[in-house]
Design a protein around this ligand. Sequence first.
Ligand code: UDP
Ligand code: MG
Length: 313
Amino acid sequence: MTKLVSLVVPFHNEASGAKAFFERVAAVISSLPEYRFEIIAINDGSRDATLQELLAAHKIYGNVHVVDFSRNFGKEAALTAGLDRASGDAVIPIDSDLQHPPELIAEMLAKWRDGAEVVLARRNDRLTDGKLQKLSANFFYRIHNRISDIDIPPDVGDFRLMDKAVVTSLRQLPENRRFMKGLFAWVGFRTVTVHYDVAPRTQGMSSFNLWKLWNFALEGITSFSTAPLRIWTYVGACASFLALLYAFIIIIKTLVFGADMPGYASLMVAVLFFGGVQLIGIGVLGEYIGRIYSEVKHRPVYIVREEHARDPL
Ligand code: UDP
Ligand code: MG
């Protein structure tokens, strides 16, 4: 039996590049006759002609399964929908903007055949990123991996190959706020890495600005670590200890030198400082309560408007 490989491809306002994407993937597929392929294309609430492009590809290729979301639910939701539908023995999420070279799939499949259950695609450098993006990405991985229970390999995105067993375990994770990079790392499995060069985006625009990336980073940390919550115990303990020390000094001073009135500045500084510290603590609590709130509502991760299945292979 030839093995079936599923490509999971999220599309958000990618009408200008969709055709080129399918053409390049088709070329890769025909160079790998020892596998069968299906492409799960998710239209994540695009406001341009992406859906028409996907339906055209559905007609031309026959192995394209189109999922049309009712609105933009975000890349993580699109990937989740794709993984839910993928029936392949191996599943490969890949960006639709051709920043992830489809040619790498051959190398990934070779590693999979050699027994790897997860094949990570690691970018060689971040040449296509700005300086600030590079710095903040490094900072994120450092912080995240230090304080959370799982390690996210740096410079690895969603582009990877996963064995069916890995996808099955991902489907069992019940959370509906899905930080995929973290979930991928959390399930584990035998992992190897291949390297690639990120291509610059040739068409369309990136959907992620700095503010979105910041929120994405917060999402990652609050998904996999409770350290920001627990740290307040220690901050509080240190503050109490210092306060006690200072109280002791004041009492002794008052006993020896008598009461003196001045002290407005230090009083004000202490009040404002601890007011600020407390608000930060409450803010952190808020982040987690917000997460709990959205989880307990048990809303579905995405809503599908319509779906066009691939031809039976
Ligand atoms: N994407 C998506 N939904 C979104 C944002 C992005 O499905 O809300 C898709 C997008 O079409 C692309 C991939 O996710 O295939 C990566 O997005 P993008 O290229 O904008 O991000 P970047 O490469 O700049 O990190
Ligand atoms: Mg991109």
